[in-house]
Design a protein around this ligand. Structure first.
Ligand SMILES: [Zn+2]
Length: 107
């Protein structure tokens, strides 16, 4: 999970909170809701916004159909996806029911 500062057109990640994949799968992931809630509560105490989620794919770094399904539940969260096959890292966001790629800047 990614936390930091959100402004109108920019999300700056300041904190990364890792969570175990309770599916223990290499192709699907699921995080225990209590872990998500605890991480969000902790970040809010630190004055940080929830920015989005990071995960990897053994495939291209584009949201899968399952990702898109869950993107609809996470509102405007950014989804960072790393391809373990070609090393590409992308960020996507659901806007007006359409998946759009965001520009990533790594400093
Ligand atoms: Zn995915």
């Amino acid at each position: 999970m990614l936390f930091g500062k959100l402004s109108q057109n920019e999300a700056v990640v300041e904190k990364v909170e890792f969570a175990p994949n309770r599916l223990q799968s290499t192709v699907r992931f699921e995080v225990a809701p209590e872990k998500v809630a605890a991480a969000i509560t902790e970040a809010e105490k630190e004055g940080l916004d929830f920015i989005g989620l990071f995960h990897s794919h053994p495939a291209p770094a584009a949201p899968s159909s399952i990702d898109v399904k869950y993107m609809k539940l996470w509102g405007d969260a950014l989804w960072l996806i790393l391809s373990s096959t070609d090393g590409n890292l992308t960020a996507h966001q659901l806007m007006d029911d359409t998946v759009k790629e965001a520009t990533l800047r790594i400093e």
